[in-house]
Design a protein around this ligand. Structure first.
Ligand code: GLU
Length: 305
């Protein structure tokens, strides 16, 4: 496996020169575009890592999976899906258009920004600090890394420039999807996006998802199985933005990407995978990261379809 990952890394490295690092959150623009890292962890806990695996990247949209888990734990299935839909979208992740034109008026799914802000608004706790701590503590448990925290610079950078997300949130308060203190919900959303992880952390989180929410070693239930099933399904249908269909055909495993260039993917009952490559295509997905997963899927016959 180690050798194969090294080969894949070398064959995909040139793709880091294609595309662009996300600039719309200014602090993300500082990332080294030539980074590429892969970690694969199997059900026996064997860890295989190559490339830039020590470096930390912010989770960005990958955090939406974790907040969906918590919102489901806090509010139940009906409570969450009365506010946000279950359908994929052909629009970009930060699009506002369908919020006004769809009937009933609610975000299409919890993986686009509007849906994720609505989901985050449902997380319980008194005040931002307590709610953030609940998100961090679930991520620390899933990743087996008690040191996980957020990147203050990326958080402040998005908070300062996140007017599009701000407008989505206020629009949703206007149509009764988001309730309460919009600025607090937004603050929590910007903080969750700025949580920092390595590819190993991502692979560990994915491994628990691949094992239906149970820690594969201790067998402890970290997230209830019925919730993991929902999250995993969204990874397949909406995890790679409006390129999820193509990814399902080319790679065929549940995955979620973030605009920092991270991708977290799982192979049910087999592997947890974390990949990073900050240079993105025009949909917001890591170009080299997708290719790495495509190669890996081909060689190990990972497609679930
Ligand atoms: N913080 C980012 C935003 O809201 C997350 C988007 C992403 O990773 O797709 O724009």
């Amino acid at each position: 496996m180690q050798l194969m990952l090294q080969e894949i890394l070398e064959s995909c490295k040139h793709l880091t020169r294609k595309g662009q690092v996300a600039q719309y959150i200014p602090a993300l623009g500082d990332a080294r575009s030539d980074c590429l890292g892969i970690t694969v962890i199997d059900m026996n806990g064997h860890v295989f890592s190559v490339g830039d695996c020590q470096e930390k990247f912010t989770m960005q949209s990958v955090s939406k999976l974790i907040t969906l888990m918590l919102a489901l734990i806090d509010n139940g299935i009906d409570g969450v899906f009365s506010k946000v839909g279950m359908e994929p979208t052909g629009d970009p992740f930060n699009s506002i258009i369908k919020l006004e034109t769809l009937e009933p008026a609610k975000p299409l799914n919890p993986m686009i920004n509007a849906g994720a802000i609505a989901t985050t608004s449902l997380i319980k706790g008194s005040g931002t600090a307590e709610r953030l701590e609940r998100i961090l503590s679930l991520i620390r448990k899933l990743s087996k890394n008690p040191h996980i925290s957020y990147n203050e610079r990326v958080y402040l950078s998005e908070k300062e420039t996140g007017d599009r997300n701000r407008s989505l949130a206020y629009f949703m308060r206007g149509i009764d999807i988001v309730k309460g203190d919009v600025e607090e919900h937004l603050d929590l959303y910007f903080l969750q996006c700025a949580i920092e992880v390595t590819t190993r952390d991502l692979a560990n989180i994915a491994l628990c998802i691949a094992n239906m929410g149970k820690d594969p070693y201790t067998k402890e239930v970290v997230v209830p199985e019925h919730i993991v099933r929902i999250v995993k399904t969204f990874m397949v249908t909406c995890g790679m933005y409006d390129a999820s269909g193509e990814f399902a055909i080319r790679v065929g495993i549940p995955a979620k990407s973030g605009v920092s260039g991270v991708i977290m993917a799982c192979v049910p009952d087999r592997y947890g995978i974390g990949v990073v490559g900050p240079s993105l295509d025009d949909k917001g997905n890591s170009i080299a990261g997708i290719k790495v997963l495509e190669e890996l899927s081909k060689r190990l016959k990972l497609s679930i379809f």
